[in-house]
Design a protein around this ligand. Structure first.
Ligand code: BGC
Length: 695
């Protein structure tokens, strides 16, 4: 059937005002599966439109779908192509559930290591975050689903997220916080979700300068801007600032009368502002009528772009072999080998003690709107038992870590993940039993986790419960102890010198046990690299309460661009594990880098005995006499390259002008003239070669 390209202006001309209003605020989904629903206008052939969470896979109400690894794990692959594959699979699953827009990707910069949503985000670095953001958008939209990049902008903490103002200067916004959004816009993203917070005092849904001027006018964003759920505060301010769609548009009245909304949860009685009140604001002249046409046109434009006006049946794909496969490949490829004294990879026939409070349970994700319920999931115990040729003894060791979820805070809202725990033995965990199992095994593998959720920040970077004690006790009993972290961001690892290997698996999703076994037994190289710096808690710039969580609802971003490794480099502080760090089972040697204009090339050879994957990273150091304080080095480009033993390749990385630029609030993007040093390395702290270039 030939695709129908609708005449949107003709449709708009047909619509009554009430019909136009129905296209710009949410309503109740008769099927009850969507996170946000627009009813469409049947009279003129505008179909209903469904939006669904989220970044880790589809969370359609009451439905199951592939539980993909957390976005942070995806970013840890440093592989935009793989991110694109994951995103396309998520989009096909959205279509299978009758949805048209995915409320993903989440691309906020990881500024605060404690942030409860870091697992949904990508990196502390804007270049990595922008590259992954772009490919996630491309992947989603390649399958005719509208991507929704979120949360625009400076939503970097959950504490007081609905009231706090991020007090941030223009240079810092431009250099750090805006690039992943700009990349999404350049990739043609159909929708941008505004954040709950304020920026420099103005609520983001009312932010005319950032939404109207920067996003729409300067960047030319042609899609629709949607509010975060119950994140709209005003009618007139938001409409005139450039917000296009209010979600979910329907108020929720708590049954228990006076309900105190917990911190981090927006007041859901406040909704419908783009319904009748918008009509009234147009009548009294405070919002121009053309604005409503523009809002509706933007929504219709995205419906048309994904082919919704075609009569053709939309066919998606759910839980297919290739979706399971990409979920597993990303989980494995995002796994970071932080330390290894040679204990890994494990011998096929090693006798293993598998220890940890949650070894019977796959670590699917964190809490909140990204919670997906899989159809199929592999726990660590299942994954190990399937792969191991030696014996696998299992012990939980210490009490479970209580999981936390935004949904537990709202007794009247459904939407949490359904249980996926495979029943372990019905006995109390025993530290002694874990120590005995470890002592008798050749290798002890200890799995530890944090518990993070949307709407809450972590109060400490230490592992919760008695997990540090468990690691210490197992390490004392077996000097071949491997610790596997399953965390939503950096954690403290006080025992790291006492163990033989440390692995970071993030939240691996449904493929958990299979992915873990494949990396630990060496079927796959641990090709992940850190998208965030791991450092002692008190050394992060956000340790100052003025900066996080803020004082009197203002969080001062006065560390400026010195976030993540930019901070640790300039403070000359040694982090525990640097940005970009991660070992391989192979070994790589680097030649001398060359540069031709903005293209750097370098020969990389696998001098090890196993196949591996190297993530080659290029950092740019500005001229020493730069007129303003600039970071010591900034990531300019990277590439993840597979290499067989003995194989060498010339890797080329293209550094665009932005890689050399800084933002000047008077003159915009500026390249200081002078000699820049391009550093090629394995991480921000392991530079293997440098080359100078004049600008
Ligand atoms: C979150 C969004 C999410 C929305 C809909 C909000 O609480 O901040 O990321 O898409 O809910 O569930």
């Amino acid at each position: 059937m030939a695709p129908t390209t609708p005449d949107i202006d003709a449709i708009l001309a047909e619509l009554t005002r009430a019909e136009k209003l129905s296209l710009v605020h949410g309503a109740v989904d008769p099927e009850g599966t969507a996170t946000g629903y627009l009813p469409g206008v049947e009279r003129v052939g505008v179909p209903p439109f469904r939006m669904v969470d989220g970044p880790l896979g589809v969370r359609a109400e009451g439905k199951r779908a592939t539980a993909f690894p957390a976005s942070l794990a995806t970013a840890a692959t440093f592989d935009p192509g793989l991110a694109r594959e994951q995103a396309a699979a998520m989009a096909r699953e959205a279509t299978a559930h009758g949805q048209h827009s995915l409320l993903a990707p989440g691309v906020n910069i990881i500024r605060v290591p404690h942030c409860g949503r870091n697992f949904e985000y990508l990196s502390e670095d804007p270049v990595l975050a922008a590259d992954i953001s772009r490919s996630l958008v491309e992947g989603i939209q390649s399958e005719d689903v509208v991507a929704t990049v979120k949360h625009f902008v400076a939503n970097n903490q959950e504490t007081h997220r609905t009231t706090v103002s991020a007090d941030v200067d223009e240079r810092t916004l431009r250099e750090l916080y805006l690039p992943p959004f700009r990349a999404a816009v350049e990739a043609g993203v159909g929708s941008v979700m505004t954040a709950y917070n304020r920026v420099n005092g103005t609520h983001m849904s009312d932010h005319e300068r950032l939404v109207g001027d920067v996003l729409k006018d300067e960047w030319g964003f042609g899609g629709y801007v949607v509010s975060d759920w119950y994140g709209l505060e005003t009618t007139v301010g938001a409409a005139n600032a450039g917000l296009d769609v209010e979600m979910p548009g329907i108020p929720v009245e708590p049954d228990e009368g006076e309900f105190e909304w917990p911190d981090g949860i927006p007041d859901a009685t406040h909704a419908g502002l783009f319904g009748e009140p918008l009509g009234a604001a147009i009548d009294d002249g405070s919002v121009p009528p053309e604005r409503l046409d523009d809002m509706a046109r933007r929504v219709l434009g995205q419906m048309a772009r994904i082919g919704l006006f075609n009569d053709a049946e939309r066919s998606g794909e759910l839980d297919s072999e290739r979706h399971r496969d990409v979920a597993e490949r990303v989980a494995a490829r995002g796994t970071v080998l932080l330390d290894n004294d040679g204990v890994l990879p494990l011998a096929d026939d090693a006798d293993v003690a598998l220890v940890g409070p949650h070894v019977y349970e796959p670590k699917l994700g964190g809490g909140g709107s990204s919670e997906t319920t899989p159809i199929h999931a592999v726990s660590p115990v299942d994954g190990f038992e399937a792969r191991a040729d030696g014996s696998v003894t299992v012990a939980r060791g210490v009490e479970e870590i209580e999981s936390v979820s935004l949904f537990d805070l709202l007794p009247f809202v459904e939407g949490g993940r359904e249980d996926t725990e495979s029943p372990g033995p019905d006995t109390d965990p025993s530290l002694d039993a874990a120590v005995d199992a470890a002592a008798e095994a050749e290798v002890a593998v200890v799995l530890v986790r944090d518990a993070t959720t949307e709407a809450r920040d972590r109060d400490s970077l230490s592992l919760p419960g008695r997990q540090d004690e468990l690691v210490e006790a197992v390490a004392a009993a077996n000097d071949r102890t491997v610790v596997v972290l399953r965390t939503g961001g950096p954690v403290e690892t006080p025992w790291r010198d006492d163990v033989a290997a440390v692995v970071e698996q993030w939240y691996p999703g449904q493929a958990d046990g299979d992915a873990l076994a494949s990396v630990l037994y060496g079927d796959r190289d641990p090709a992940g690299r850190l998208p965030v710096t791991f450092a002692p808690e008190e050394t992060y710039p956000t340790t100052d309460e003025r900066r996080f969580p803020g004082v009197d609802d203002v969080a001062r971003y006065d560390e400026g661009v010195f976030v993540g490794y930019r901070h640790f480099d300039s403070a000359d502080a040694d982090p525990t594990y640097s940005f970009g760090h991660g070992h391989s089972y192979a070994a790589f040697e680097y030649g001398d880098p060359r540069i031709d204009d903005g293209t750097v090339s370098i020969r990389v050879e696998n001098v090890g005995e196993r196949p591996g994957r190297e993530v080659v990273q290029a950092y740019v150091r500005p001229p020493e006499d730069a007129p303003v304080d600039r970071p010591v080095r900034e990531l300019g480009g990277f590439a993840s390259v597979p290499l067989s033993p003995g194989e060498s390749r010339t890797v080329t990385l293209t550094l665009d002008e932005l890689a050399f630029s800084r933002y000047d609030s008077a003159s915009g993007w500026t390249v200081d003239s002078g000699t820049y040093t391009v550093e090629i390395g394995r991480s921000a702290a392991d530079i293997r070669g440098t080359v100078g270039v004049e600008r």
